[in-house]
Design a protein around this ligand. Sequence first.
Ligand SMILES: Cc1cc2nc3c(=O)[nH]c(=O)nc-3n(C[C@H](O)[C@H](O)[C@H](O)COP(=O)(O)O)c2cc1C
Length: 222
Amino acid sequence: MGMELNQSDILNPMKVLNDWMKEVSNDGKQPNPNCFSIATTNREGSSNARMVLCKEIDIEDGYIVFYTNYNSTKAIELDYQSECSGVFHWDNYGYQVRIKGFALKSPRDESDDYFLSRSLGSQVAAWASEQSNSIGNRKDLEKQFDATLKKFNIKQKQLMENDQKLPRPPFWGGYRIWIHEIEIWLNQNDRFHDRLLFQRDLSLKDGRYISTKGWIKKRLQP
Ligand SMILES: Cc1cc2nc3c(=O)[nH]c(=O)nc-3n(C[C@H](O)[C@H](O)[C@H](O)COP(=O)(O)O)c2cc1C
């Protein structure tokens, strides 16, 4: 990407998101270059934001994927209101990407495959945590971890060796956020930044969102 955003050069904004994330990841300076915030809405209409990790970007179909606990607060809120929004920000590069979209649970086999790729310790942790529920203290939480080790007959040293796999918990998996709006933002001098907004209509068909007309773009003032 050059020093400015050229409207006519960018046909698919998802490719910019992918390129920027690759660039930051390849530099290796940021521990979680794939993190982004996701804001959900609860029944009372108030918003709720937190960071998650983007594990896939589908440039052609226009969705991104993150994984979480399906009983968590965010999952309950997404069940109620699937429309959500998010922000990626890479400060060292002057990049910001904002998204709005509809969240749908990932296909089960995709969540299975991703869960299999995780370390044994992370797999145990996914089973051991009732994400977003309260617990008395850290010790009680560790007891739940130990109880999970016992349940699956895993010895502590196997965690280091990482040579065993667990099945995916039914309450854990991915969400695809099908993006209908994405803004690419590039830092410029004097706070006179570049902003390109891309929008498309989406309709739900057979568990996927499709767009017939594709992305419409406009430049926004900084
Ligand atoms: C950098 C970073 C990455 C995170 N990635 C995830 C993630 O991929 N999935 C997840 O469920 N929580 C992730 N978390 C934790 C969430 O921010 C949040 O604490 C948790 O999901 C519970 O949110 P909820 O109670 O609103 O559902 C991450 C936190 C940070 C700081």
